[in-house]
Ligand binder design. Structure first.
Ligand SMILES: CC(C)(COP(=O)(O)OP(=O)(O)OC[C@H]1O[C@@H](n2cnc3c(N)ncnc32)[C@H](O)[C@@H]1OP(=O)(O)O)[C@@H](O)C(=O)NCCC(=O)NCCS
Length: 190
């Protein structure tokens, strides 16, 4: 019988599990894919050594600064992306979230929103964070839409912050506070 996955957060159509060494080749394919990386802040190629150095170098103590999880569809246990809680500040209790669904046929199916709902619940109810932020290229309409749908509010723009495709692009900063998330949860239960 196949080994059960290291499920960490359980959703309806997907679950989030630990990211393992065996996932890195797939994740590296996504991060280098021109269709995917056009929306990401990283612009340089990611080779096996740099991927492994990032993976091994993460602070894994009881107060990590980064938590990264694999997004896996329940149907067929297909690993479709990664989601992360980065720059965790345990004193001021804020962090920055990010996600990549690397398989383009899985975009616009609500998987990103479902994964984000699991991550936000974990951030606010388990880690006790007060504020969760995100940074998105102004041209990434899908990412802005799913974050706003998840409860994030736009709080400002870094003007012409990023150079991409020969031109300057604004970076949009969004956040959601713990009490805003709780109010949304209350509304969903009504
Ligand atoms: C961004 C990402 C995580 C979102 O996940 P997803 O599963 O595709 O998103 P969802 O299906 O949950 O939600 C997408 C929403 O955006 C909307 N949308 C899609 N394209 C859009 C566009 N160009 N402009 C505005 N809205 C758009 C969809 O209609 C949907 O909203 P709805 O459910 O109200 O109809 C995923 O698409 C992805 O990883 N993309 C490539 C990498 C990336 O951009 N990462 C984020 C970097 S900040």
């Amino acid at each position: 019988m196949a080994e059960k996955p290291a499920l960490f957060l359980d959703g309806k159509r997907l679950y989030l599990r630990t990211l393992e060494v065996g996932d890195l080749d797939r994740a590296r394919r996504w991060m280098n894919d021109p269709e995917v990386r056009r929306y990401l802040l990283c612009r340089v190629p990611i080779d096996e050594v740099s991927e492994r150095t990032w993976f091994d170098g993460r602070n894994r103590g009881p107060f990590p600064t980064d938590i990264v999880l694999a997004i896996v569809l329940k149907r067929g246990h297909r690993h479709i992306g990664s989601t992360g809680i980065h720059q965790i500040n345990w004193i001021d209790r804020h962090a920055t979230t990010g996600a990549v669904i690397g398989e383009a046929d899985c975009w616009n199916r609500g998987y990103g929103s479902e994964a984000k709902a699991l991550v936000l619940r974990y951030c606010f109810e388990t880690l006790g964070l007060h504020r969760v932020c995100s940074a998105v290229l102004a041209t990434n309409g899908r990412s802005l839409a799913y974050l706003k749908k998840s409860g994030y509010r736009e709080e400002g723009r870094f003007r012409e912050h990023t150079f991409r495709d020969g031109g300057w692009i604004d970076e949009v900063r969004l956040s959601i506070l713990a009490d805003e998330w709780q109010a949304l949860e209350k509304k969903k239960k009504r």
